[in-house]
Design a protein around this ligand. Structure first.
Ligand SMILES: [Zn+2]
Length: 315
């Protein structure tokens, strides 16, 4: 029972890691995500990969404490993965189906952003704290709350879904979720570019952003770092949205630490400082001095969190 697999099912790839309780991550790799209306074909791919890995490491299923899985959809406390839009599945008890098909038990399942938060909590930026809120700035904006080592899932599996917190009730464009004015529309990689494009057509101010063939969130933050005035205005605006949303979330959970992760967080301390400042300006004085940190595990937070799901539940 010294080993487990952490599996992170994404819209395009599935990341898999073999973990040892004592030595941590031993080996990791990824395969393409097979999409479809039900999970069986993808679970068969995962089963094959896991069995191959056990063979090449001279291990048997009896050596496994279990398997942890992260998936891109809300997961309820009783383990129902609800409607993974990016892959095509409806509601499914993925852990139960995977246990039957892979013949390993137990198999735990969690929402990808929440599981990544557990990964940072257990192995990354949050190792020293008892509770954290993680905000993942990527294609979308994900979120996860960890309280005393446990994922806060909620009855509908959506606890921590900060990306769809309404930040602007007057927004006219629609979010991917169908609502209008969600944080994600301003603070995801796509949302940042959307905001920048809008501002660029409505002002004559000079900016290096105008000379770019393809504007990306990374280029926007890079332009802010070199002091481009318009890029700075934009990054301040985006940070204010993020800082306010985090402040709102902190009124409910008041965690010890806020962790910023996801591809956009590679803008580093520059982004972290701006968001933390916006948070402090928009929060109740009693919780102003909160720890803020950048995620440490990058793209591996999901597999680490999935492994933590297993090791924290099975001795
Ligand atoms: Zn939304």
């Amino acid at each position: 029972m010294e080993y487990c697999f952490g599996v992170d099912i994404g819209g395009t790839t599935v990341k898999i890691g073999l973990f040892s309780r004592k030595k941590g991550l031993l080996e990791k790799w990824e395969i393409p995500t097979r999409k479809g209306t039900e999970p069986t074909p993808l679970l068969k791919d995962i089963k094959y990969e896991i069995e191959e890995c056990l063979n090449r490491n001279d291990l048997k299923k009896e050596h496994l404490a279990g398997i942890g899985m992260a998936a891109p959809g809300p997961v309820t406390e009783d383990g129902c993965l609800r409607g993974t839009v990016n892959i095509g599945w409806g509601d499914v008890f993925l852990g139960n189906e995977a246990e039957d098909l892979i013949s390993v038990s137990p198999i735990f399942i969690g929402n990808d952003a929440r599981v990544a938060a557990l990964g940072e909590y257990t192995f990354g930026a949050g190792k020293e704290v008892n509770s954290l809120l993680m905000v993942t700035l990527g294609t979308g904006v994900g979120g996860g709350v960890i309280l005393n080592g446990k994922i806060l899932a909620g009855v509908s599996g959506t606890a921590g879904e900060i990306g769809h917190m309404t930040m602007n009730p007057y927004e006219e464009e629609q979010c991917n979720c169908g609502k209008k004015g969600c944080l994600e529309q301003y603070a995801s990689a796509q949302g940042m570019v959307r905001v920048a494009r809008k501002v660029l057509v409505n002002t004559d101010k000079p900016s290096v952003l105008r000379e770019m063939d393809v504007l990306t969130a990374k280029k926007l933050w890079d332009a802010g770092k070199i002091g481009d005035a318009l890029a700075l205005e934009l990054t301040e605006y985006i940070s204010r949205m993020l800082g306010m949303a985090i402040a709102n979330a902190c009124y409910i959970v008041d965690p010890e630490m806020v962790v910023l992760g996801g591809g956009v967080s590679q803008a580093g301390e520059f982004l972290l400082d701006m968001v933390q400042r916006a948070y402090a300006e928009n929060v109740f004085p009693h919780c102003r001095d909160k720890k803020f940190a950048l995620a440490k595990l990058r793209n591996d937070a999901g597999i680490f969190g999935a492994a933590a799901l297993v090791f924290q539940s099975v001795n």
